[in-house]
Design a binder for this molecule. Sequence first.
Ligand code: NI
Length: 165
Amino acid sequence: MEILIYPHEILKCKAEPVKNIDEKIQKIIKDMIKTMYEADGIGLAANQVGELIRLFVIDLREKDEEKIGQVALINPVITACEGEICENEGCLSVPGYQAQIKRYEKILVEGFNLDGNPVKIEAQGLLSRCLQHEIDHLDGFCFVDRLGPIKKALFKKRWQKRQSE
Ligand code: NI
């Protein structure tokens, strides 16, 4: 699958809920996991591969102290949140750029897994950040959309310059 690069229009669209977790959806998830590994990423939302459906994949095995493995979540909703934390973030759709982004410290996310079973994920640390980042994608937001006005202006200038090169 091809990963769309910011500011692609599809990255700005709100994704639609998945109605049936069927073979087609499972195939998309499988392909997304493969694409995420090939790009050496830790998370990938469906919008980023041009699918406007509410699902994402995450794998933090190498990066997280808690060794959280592969997660595929369908129709995710944040049902509780607590605290605030500002840390560095990046995105496969904005390659080569990182910035400090404010997120909830702890969250509870509910959704469905690949088999259609309901799941609840209580998250903090990198997993919490990653889940919020991917859910943002499904709502049509990239992490750079969360920058303050000055940093955002600087980013846009830098990004436009890079893209024209
Ligand atoms: Ni991203």
